[in-house]
Each structure stands twice: as C-alpha cells, then as structure tokens.
Design a protein around this ligand. Structure first.
Ligand code: PRX
Length: 647
C-alpha cells in the first residue's frame, strides 16, 4: 500500500468529459434513478426500434434475471461499422501492428465494412444463422475483429478461444456451446515463434462427437496445413466469391452477442454469456469516459481478443465510438524490450492500456529502453487484469508517462462486461494501487464473511448490490450454475470473488481473489482445472494447486503432487508433469513449482485443507493456523521441509 496521492491536473479537469463535480452529480443520478440515467445514455447507440423499457433486473435467489433495454432492436456490427461510414468512412478504424516491426496495416471504416460484410456472407452461405455459435481461434490479426463483427452482423454468437489454449481446451469449449463452425489461421506468430493453430483445431475436432461442419482458415504465415475437403476452406478464397453487402440482422437487445469461457473455483470453465444492447452501451460508454476518448485519438489496448479486455476495449467499445484502435500481434519484448514504446512512437499513440505483469517485466529491463523512445504522444495510461503494486504504478507513471499522464487502474471481470471501478482522469485523484471509485450505475459494497454490509473504512469481500447494463446474463446452458456461482454466497447480491478494502475517502483497493481462482500474469486460472489435468497423468495419485506471490506474474502456480505407489519423484518426472499440463490446458497453465508430497493435509473427513497449502506456498509457516484437526498433522512438517524455492 502507498499513501501517495496525485491530484487531478487542472488541464485534465478542464478538458476531460467529466470533472469531479460532474462525476458526483452523474454518479448520484445513475444510482438514484437508473431507469432515467440509462434511458438517456442508452441512446448513445443506434436502435432500429427504440426501447421503451430500460431496466428489468432481479438478483433475488431462485429468480435471478437481468434484462436491459429489452424491447429495443439493434445490431452491434451496424453500430461499430455502418453508422460511421457517412462521417468517417476514410478514417482509420484499426491500426494493425504485426509481430515483426516491419509489418503494419491501416484499415479504414470503409474497408472494415467491406471485410465484415464479405465474411458475414461467407458464414451465411455456410448456413450460419442468428443464434448459431461460431468459435474463433485466431491470432491477433484484423481478421479476428472482422470475424467478431461478421458474427454480430448475422446475430450469430461468437465464442473466442485464446490461441494459447490446447486442443483439449478448445475441444471442450467448441463442444460445450455446440458450434458447428470454427474460424482459425494456418499458424499464429508471436515473438517470431509459430503457433500451430490449424493443427490444434484438427486435433480438437478429432475429439468432438459429430465434429464440426466448417473450418475457415486465414493464411497468416502460409505454413502448410492439412485441409479436409468439404469442411475446410481458406478465408481469402471464400471471401473472393461473395459480395461485400450483407444486411445487418435485426437483433433484440437481449439476444446473445458472445460467449467467453472463464475459470471459476470449481469444475470446468463456464461459458459467460453477454447480450447485445446493454453490453454495447456499457462498453462504449466506459471506453469514452474512462479513457477520455476524443475523436482523432489513437488508442491502444495491448490485450488479446481471446480475453474479455480484447472484446470490450479493443473491438466493441472503441469501434462503437468511431475510434482508431490499435491491434498488436506481438509481445512486449520482441524484437526488443522497447517494442511497446517503439509502437507508441510509430503510430503516435495517445492512450495506452496494458497489464501490470507487462509493466513489471519491462521494469526489470530498466529505464533506458523506455527513455530511448519519445512517447510524447502519450496522454493517458491504463492498467487492467490484476492488482498493480505501487512500485510498478510509480514506474509506469514516472518513467513511461513522465509524470504527465494519469493512470486509470480499471477493475472489472469477464462477467462484468466492462469496467466497474476506476478513476476518471479529469475527476478522480489517484492513489497508486487503488482502483478508486465506482463508474456510473455501479453500487459496490464490502461485506464480511456473514454478508453483513460494512460501512466506512473497512476490509472484506466485494459485492455489487444492483445490476448494470454490461453484466453477464447467464452461464451458457446452465442458469442454475450462474445463480449458484454469483448470487448464492450473499443472496440478493452479485459476488465478485474478490477481496477488497475501502479507505476513508471511499476509495476501493482490490486485494485479489478470495476463492480458488488464481491470477497468473493477468490470466485467470481455476486451481481445480490444473489439479484435474495433473491427476489425469498415470503416475499421479493426487494433486492440490494454490497460488503463490510471483514478482513478475503477480501469482505463480504451485502444485503439490502425490505420486502413485512405487513412482520415483525425479526431476524428469517434474518436467514431464509441467509439459503434461501445458499439453492438457495450454502454456498459460504451466505450474511454476511442483512439490512432491507423500501426503496432503486433510481433515478427518478427507477434505484437503488448502489454507495450509497456501500458507506454505507463501512461505508463511508461522501463520498456518490450527492444524490439530488434521487426520495426520505430521504431513505439514514434511511439506514445510520440502518447500520448493522460487527460481
Ligand atoms: O481478481 C480480479 C482481477 O482479475 C479478475 C477478473 O479476471 P478476468 O475475468 O480474466 O478479467 C480480467 C480483465 C478484466 C478480478 O476478479 N482484476 C482485474 N482487474 C483488476 C483486478 N484486480 C485488481 N485490480 C484491477 N484493476
């Protein structure tokens, strides 16, 4: 924690959309009369049939139901593309910066329209209709945005699977939502290395009963891939055979826009479902106000479209606002650790939004790689995905932004669709490490373990007391799981899974997950998923996975593994298990440390006491708490003795 405070610079208070007084009055209006507030702001997008109803939501146990603008009819692609053509058809919509610094491309709104319409026709010709699910497994190339918008144009529901996921993970996600069509590329390219996307798709389809009907393959590297006749087609060849006019489907506000799988405490990843009207209103409004986006600004969010940040703040929010959004295929340290800053200079980026893990890793390389670049175009910085430690915040502020650029530390989740707690650059003083105050319409509360609402300065669990338009509507195909996961811990409230502190100014400080979810480099991972991958290995009898503090990644993955009788705990086996998890889930789930444990601490009823495992992984041996209820208290000593050290 830091007690430094940075006041709002006066030119920001004057020039930004909202200053503090304006924030206070708008916030009060938004929570006092959400129907009036959102009834007005819902008009920021175009509707084919205007809504007459605004908010119709209930968090009541057994009857959770969330509807916004429910009788309005619109289309997301129309709002992100068509409506801009008249006024800014020749303005750049997407700046694409390739993995190699020699490759970049500008796509105007008019070109975007042509690409989206063509791909929509390609999909339509293959039988994709409103409500059908389409899986997108692409690298960070413009076709990923075209594919999202082409689905939206048809009213089809996209499900993007991050390119770093394994064939197994991909298969599970394709099967769960029943998509019959996959859009992929021959290979991805990251940091000069190739990712075998099409081969992964083939391996995934082999596991899916009934397979899929269509695979559309973008040629990214030109690498040789197997093409199954009748099923697989090259993107460019298919697009060459259709016109670039495809009418935008009329879509109800509550029709689904996308599914995005995310990890929770238990079971397999959930398909988080977002719908059309409320999502777009919320994504575009937050993008405009939080990044203080003004026409002509060049805006860059470094996320991958495989995560929610890419959905809301690379594609939908910015494009709905007619912005110029930069899409980056590569990684922060290729070909050098100056890459981010070089890209900022090359494209004259004004607003830059990235994750603490990237900042921490670049910070390690020192100031020189930053200072050798100009960055004079920068006006505003943003942070997302995990708590930002004050040291990283200060470095970002001082070295990257040269004390000129406010930092918006934006707290939100896949489930929330858009940012919920954040500073507004013209309105909110900054405290390094604090996400500060709620956005319009958001009602955060801090509760204790029993659900008692805490007042004033306090620490507890973060809940949201009422709905906002960007909220997820259900878990795809499992509404009961939706209610159970988010509304049963504190009945009548949305439980975020995060712990938080509120200070005397009413500022929120997110302290991290309080459930069995860990946040590795801003990527969300369920410990249960890693455990089930580990126990699927024939030599493993039992596994328990917890997070531990990691200097760069925020959290690392610590796995305690009990082997089958007779198996030797060797270094080779350790490596084999790491590779096994990479293959089962994907490289992002690779355990950082594996400790072979002859026994795990269990209660007499056989439940693993994770609290103890967490403390050992955190090196907090003194605060293990009561171990007397363990079936065999002796295992704890062995675990402490053999604690794996950070490399
Ligand atoms: O623990 C919080 C953390 O990331 C979780 C959500 O992860 P995901 O659904 O993958 O979405 C990430 C991008 C929005 C949250 O429950 N988190 C996200 N942003 C912040 C954060 N923790 C602290 N500060 C943030 N700004």
């Amino acid at each position: 924690m830091s007690d430094k405070i940075y006041d709002v610079p006066s030119e920001w208070a004057q020039k930004a959309y909202v200053d503090d007084a304006h924030y206070q009055s708008m916030y009060a209006a938004s929570v006092n009369d959400p129907n009036a507030f959102w009834g007005e702001h819902g008009k920021r997008i175009d509707w084919f049939t205007p809504y007459t109803k605004v908010k119709n939501t209930s968090f009541d146990p057994g009857h959770v139901s969330i509807k916004w603008f429910e009788d309005g009819i619109t289309n997301v692609a129309y709002n992100c593309v068509d409506r801009h053509l008249e006024t800014r058809g020749d303005q750049v919509a997407i700046i694409w910066e390739g993995d190699s610094p020699d490759e970049s491309r500008n796509i105007t709104y008019r070109e975007l329209s042509s690409e989206v319409n063509k791909l929509a026709n390609v999909l339509r010709n293959r039988g994709v209709e409103k409500g059908d699910r389409v899986t997108i497994y692409l690298p960070m190339i413009p076709e990923a945005a075209f594919a999202m918008l082409a689905c939206a144009r048809l009213g089809a529901v996209h499900s993007i699977v991050f390119g770093g996921f394994s064939p197994d993970s991909l298969a599970g996600r394709v099967a769960d939502c029943g998509s019959k069509c996959i859009i992929t590329a021959d290979e991805g390219l990251r940091g000069g290395r190739k990712v075998p996307l099409k081969a992964n798709v083939d391996a995934a389809i082999a596991q899916i009963e009934g397979g899929v009907d269509h695979v559309i393959v973008v040629r990214r590297t030109g690498g040789k891939v197997d093409m199954t006749p009748g099923r697989d087609v090259y993107y460019d060849e298919a697009c060459a055979m259709v016109t670039d006019e495809c009418p935008a489907e009329h879509v109800h506000a509550e029709d689904p826009l996308f599914i995005l799988y995310t990890s929770g405490s238990t079971g397999k990843p959930k398909g988080v479902l977002h719908t059309t009207g409320g999502y777009l209103v919320y994504a575009s409004m937050t993008h405009q106000y939080i990044f203080d986006y003004h026409p002509g600004d060049i805006y860059w969010c470094t996320a991958d479209v495989g995560w929610v940040t890419g959905h809301s703040y690379i594609v939908y929010g910015p494009l709905a606002n007619g912005a110029t959004t930069l899409m980056f295929e590569g990684i922060p340290n290729y070909p050098s650790v100056s890459r981010f800053w070089d890209v900022i200079d090359k494209h004259q980026v004004n607003i830059f939004y990235t994750a603490p893990t990237a900042i921490r890793s670049l910070m390690q390389a020192g100031e020189e790689p930053v200072k050798r670049t100009s960055r004079s175009s920068l006006r505003l910085l943003g942070s997302v995905g995990e708590p930002i430690n004050p040291e990283a915040w200060e470095w970002y502020y001082r070295v990257v932004g040269e004390e000129r650029c406010p930092i918006v530390d934006t707290w939100w989740q896949t489930e929330t669709g858009g940012i919920l707690i954040t500073p507004l650059p013209g309105a909110t003083k900054l405290k390094p490490g604090s996400a500060t105050r709620p956005f319009f319409g958001v009602l955060p509360e801090v509760v204790d373990a029993e659900g008692k609402v805490l007042e004033g300065a306090c620490e507890g669990n973060l809940v949201i007391a009422d709905s906002w338009p960007g909220q997820m509507r259900t878990v795809y195909g499992d509404h009961e799981r939706f209610e159970q996961t988010y509304f049963s811990t504190y009945p009548g409230k949305y439980f975020t899974g995060d712990g938080c502190r509120r200070d005397a100014d009413g500022f929120y400080w997110i302290t991290g997950r309080v459930d069995d979810v860990i946040n590795v480099s801003g990527h969300r991972m369920g410990t249960a998923e890693v455990e089930s991958a580990l126990v699927a290995h024939p030599k493993v009898s039992e596994a328990a996975v917890v997070g531990f503090p990691h200097d760069i990644k925020g959290q690392g993955i610590y796995a305690y593994v009990t082997l089958m009788d007779g198996q030797e705990p060797t270094e080779e086996l350790r490596k084999e298990l790491v590779n096994w998890v990479r293959r089962e889930i994907g490289p992002i789930a690779s355990p950082d440390l594996i400790q072979f444990a002859p026994g795990l601490p269990k209660t007499r009823s056989g439940k693993i006491m994770r609290r103890i495992l967490r403390k050992i992984a955190e090196d907090q041996f003194e605060s293990l708490g009561d171990t007397s209820t363990l079936a065999d208290p002796g295992v704890v000593e062995d675990l402490i003795h053999n604690r794996q050290n950070k490399r």
